[in-house]
Design a protein around this ligand. Structure first.
Ligand code: P53
Length: 473
């Protein structure tokens, strides 16, 4: 393992900060999402409504507690901490000319605190938290104007933090919105609310195109601004396995993989792949794509491939094989008899991490950064102790496979950040009890609790991992 390997943790502004109306922050899309659970989807409400519960409003109060939390990350020896900037703290509505100084000051202090404690900030510019006003007023990323609004926001924060932040990412898990049948993903990625009976896929492709242009513009700007800056893309890397050796399953897995690979193909290679252009042609889709857009996309390619990894997906083309019927896995997903799942139905597959790392290395030959990996579990709190051996096992198995990918296969990987290093609000369900952290936060699903922090067993385990640069697992 390289000596400068970036061990650390990851969170996102809206899942931890709370303080949703503090410091003149505007409402973000995360502020109109209610709480659900493994069986109940989160509701997207029309603004904030009386009597509904919005778990992100309080988060885990990182906004007020971050100094204490960063001390604990330091104790584990974090080399970096990934978080995001809440766009609506900087531009409360999103279309203003001038930024909100109070919001900028908050991130100045936060990044200083990280640096003083020996960890570099790794920053996502948009992690499911665009200003809600842009959704209501402009239709979110349906609208080309988003490119300018996002670009302005990014210019402001890049200018301001260029000497504090080296690693940036533009859009978190930009590929998730391909799950168009589920209302949540197009909303959180792009602020899209579908009309009744609307043909959803082309709407999302158009939004994705605007995001590609915006991401490329920002990347190019960052490169000109400061040659030290590294800008990455970010995808949720869920590889697809064929359920059988039937060539129909093999072809299906390949075409499902393309829904993921199209994003890195564009953001790394700088142009649309032929399979995608052909799909658009065959479907008669016509998009607002200008020659100038294509030039911008060709110039603003990313420096590294950021990806999150939680699970693999197994697909079957056979109508007689029972499908899982879970929106997150798509229409063809089936149970994989070789893999166990978490209590939230996510297939636990450490070898899938090695597999996807190799796929990326072969295809792109640029550095990769594993920016999320983690285990969601309803931890038991007993006398101030949390014995989360199952989380340790999960992380250990994944780190082992990552090391094989690096040391045996030659993958170029610069870092690994564990998702939800301090228990956050779950994104997909809005629950608190789906915990990920090395640090337990005493908050319940309904928002009650002392918000006190406790170290889990995994805290001490991860400290050792970092100390030995991944030798002792
Ligand atoms: P929660 C799908 C597949 C893989 C990762 O999720 C995903 C998703 C959902 O879009 O999301 C990432 O909290 C995301 C985080 C999120 C984390 O996974 O639902 O970047 O914001 O919290 C874990 O268990």
């Amino acid at each position: 393992m390289r000596k400068d390997f970036l061990w650390g943790g990851a969170v996102a502004a809206h899942q931890v900060e709370g303080g949703y109306d503090k410091g003149h922050k505007g409402l973000s899309i995360a502020d109109v999402l209610t709480a659900g659970d493994v069986h109940t989807p989160r509701e997207i409400t029309d603004g904030i409504q009386e009597g509904k519960f919005y778990p992100n409003h309080e988060g885990i109060k990182f906004y007020d507690h971050y100094k204490e939390d960063i001390q604990m990350f330091r104790e584990m020896g974090f080399k970096c901490l990934r978080t995001s900037i809440a766009w609506s703290r900087i531009f409360p509505k999103g279309d203003e000319k001038d930024p909100n100084e109070e919001g900028l000051k908050f991130y100045d202090d936060l990044f200083d605190c990280m640096l003083e404690n020996g960890m570099q900030p790794v920053i996502t510019l948009s992690h499911f938290e665009m200003p809600y006003y842009l959704v209501k007023e402009y239709g979110g990323w349906r609208n080309r104007k988003m490119i300018d609004f996002f670009y302005n926001f990014c210019k402001v924060v890049l200018d301001r933090y260029q000497n504090k932040v080296k690693y940036w990412m533009t859009f978190n898990e930009i590929n998730n919105q391909m799950l168009v049948e589920n209302d949540l993903y197009p909303f959180t990625n792009s602020g899209i609310i579908f009309e009744k009976d609307e043909d959803r896929l082309p709407v999302v492709y158009q939004a994705v195109h605007y995001q590609f242009v915006a991401s490329a513009l920002v990347t190019e700007y960052a490169h000109k601004l400061n040659s030290n800056i590294q800008t990455g893309c970010c995808v949720a890397a869920t590889p697809n396995y064929p359920n059988s050796t039937n060539p129909d399953d093999i072809l299906l897995a390949q075409s499902e993989d393309r829904k993921l690979l199209m994003f890195t193909d564009v953001q790394i290679r700088g142009h649309y792949p032929n399979y995608l252009l052909n799909e658009w042609k065959n479907n008669g889709y016509q998009f607002d794509i200008t020659d100038q857009d294509l030039e911008v996309m060709a110039k603003g390619t990313v420096d590294y491939l950021g990806f999150t990894y939680y699970m693999s997906n197994t697909v079957s083309a056979d109508p007689n094989v029972k499908k899982l019927g879970d929106d997150l896995q798509g229409n063809y997903a089936v149970d994989n008899q070789y893999l166990k799942t978490t209590d939230w139905g996510w297939a636990i597959d450490p070898k899938g991490l090695r597999y996807i790392m190799n796929m990326y290395q072969d295809r792109y030959e640029i550095p990769m950064f594993i920016v999320e990996n983690g285990f969601g579990y309803a931890d038991k709190f007993e006398d101030g102790k949390i014995h989360d051996q199952n989380r340790i096992e999960y992380l250990k198995a994944h780190i082992e496979e990552m090391k094989k990918a690096i040391e045996e296969d030659g993958c170029d990987c610069i870092g690994y950040t564990v998702w939800g290093c301090i228990d956050p609000i779950s994104f997909t369900t809005g629950e608190m009890k789906k915990r990920y952290g090395f640090i337990y936060v005493d908050r319940n699903n309904d928002g009650s609790g002392s918000y006190k922090r406790y170290k889990k067993d995994s805290f001490y385990w991860y400290k050792k991992v970092i100390e030995t640069n991944g030798e002792e697992l």
